[in-house]
Design a binder for this molecule. Structure first.
Ligand SMILES: *Cc1c(COP(=O)(O)O)cnc(C)c1O
Length: 437
């Protein structure tokens, strides 16, 4: 059941075909496996903690659809909810009651949210937060952080200029330099950098957008007091604080990172888990800000498929199952599995004398090949990438599907059993042993 990239597989044949028809062969870049120097697997099906490829191999999956599959693949509760909705139709382009149910569910879990608007992806959610923040504050500048990913929004595909106080530069072709100039990019976890930028531009900044727990450059945590500082100074200067909880929402706690750290942002972007594996996103905040959206207010935002009944049925089932009496233990269970994985990983790395920094919060984790704590992008970049690539390949050969990049987080689902973790740790020990020399 081992996959050997040198052997002609059905996956590699399909990829060759896809390359002719789809740019890079994929519909989202990281799926192409380029940073791990091989071609991707084509997946036939997923069930519980496992993915099955078209060549008949099975893998313990730690990508979990990049977050949404927190109950594992094809969970019966989600399949049931989707089947039920399917009988009533796929989309109406008109109001329906699942929208109210989803809004109520989110508002109950996120005290910072008084009203919520649904959309189709995390990107749409952050993009709309930016427009709304600009419309509400009547200011143009946005502050973001290096290593934080907020989807492929023009204003947010921006990297830092040459100095902390200079304006941003496009981080993708096709983003106008004039637009990128409106985004200022700072290092994460650096309180002084934030104070400095506010000293210069405070009356022009509409919003600070942040992943409260950055999980798109591996995984690192905010330093104690950092998010509190952001909350304090944004409030003082009439700047909106936007928490991008597309990844962390319902993942690190039912109420996301804001529940964990006890901080109320002005706007929150959600996605991933709230769609249960179907395309969905949402953004919300207090009524005063949210009522600036059309048709109540002057900020335009819309979507043909927004609040799609099938996606909301899947998302509601995902969230309700997570929170059900069986599910209250879901977060405890995820923590237990996370701990097992962390403990075993560290022990194996120590035994084989491979420097590893295993960072984790609940069911999100990242193993950097480095011997120091990682607290921002600059730290993360010091990881030994060639070593990661060899490790990744070793794990894949042994039936463990990790994110195909050092700069992505791993995810555990409630479907991952103790046995899955044991199997993973055996694979990790063997893969780490083979890295020596
Ligand atoms: C995935 C992600 C997004 C983008 O969501 P899409 O649904 O891929 O558009 C935005 N922000 C964060 C933090 C994410 O992890």
């Amino acid at each position: 059941m081992k996959s050997n990239p040198r052997v002609e597989t059905l996956s590699s044949k399909l990829f060759a075909e896809a390359l002719k028809l789809i740019p890079g062969g994929v519909n989202s870049p990281v799926r192409a496996f380029r940073s791990v120097e091989r071609t991707p697997l084509f997946i036939q099906r997923g069930k519980g903690s496992r993915l099955y490829d078209v060549d008949g191999n099975s893998y313990i999956d730690y990508v979990c659809t990049w977050g949404p599959s927190i109950l594992g693949h094809a969970h019966p509760a989600i399949r049931k909810a989707v089947s039920k909705q399917l009988k009533n139709g796929l989309s109406f382009g008109a109001p329906h009651s699942l929208e109210i149910q989803m809004a109520a569910e989110i508002i109950k879990l996120y005290p910072s949210i008084g009203k919520i608007r649904m959309c189709n992806s995390g990107t749409e959610a952050t993009m709309s937060c930016i427009r709304l923040a600009r419309g509400f504050t009547q200011r143009d500048l946005i502050v973001k952080f290096e290593g934080c990913y907020h989807g492929h929004v023009d204003s947010l595909l921006v990297k830092a200029g040459s100095g902390a106080l200079t304006f941003g530069q496009p981080d993708s072709a096709g983003v106008p330099a004039d637009l990128a100039k409106l985004t200022l990019t700072l290092p994460f976890n650096d309180a002084d950098a934030v104070k400095e930028i506010l000293a210069c531009h405070r009356n022009k900044i509409a919003a600070i957008i942040i992943e409260p727990i950055p999980a798109n450059a591996g995984l690192y945590l905010p330093k104690p007091g950092y998010l509190e500082l952001l909350r304090k100074i944004t409030s003082e200067h009439g700047i909106l604080l936007i928490f991008d909880e597309v990844m962390t929402g319902f993942r690190v706690a039912p109420g996301g990172a804001q529940e964990l750290y006890g901080i109320k942002p002005d706007l929150t972007a959600l996605g991933k888990i709230m769609g249960g594996g179907l395309p969905a996103g949402a953004f919300g905040g207090c009524s005063e800000i949210m009522d600036c959206l059309a048709p109540s207010g002057p900020v335009y935002q819309a979507g043909t498929l927004s609040g799609n009944p099938l996606a909301l049925a899947a998302g509601l089932a995902n969230i309700r199952q997570l929170l059900s009496s069986h599910g209250t233990n879901a977060y405890r269970l995820l923590e237990v599995r996370g701990k097992e994985l962390q403990k075993g990983f560290k022990a194996a790395a120590k035994k084989h004398k491979i420097p590893i920094q295993f960072q984790r919060i609940g069911s999100m984790f990242c193993a950097y090949f480095i011997d120091q704590a990682v607290s921002n992008l600059a730290d993360a970049k010091k990881s030994d990438i060639p070593r990661f690539v060899r490790f990744f390949k070793g794990m894949l050969e042994r039936g463990v599907y990790l994110a195909p990049s050092q700069f992505e987080a791993g995810f555990i689902s409630t479907a991952h059993s103790e046995k899955d973790i044991e199997t993973t740790l055996r694979a990790a020990a063997d893969s780490l042993a083979s890295l020596k020399g």
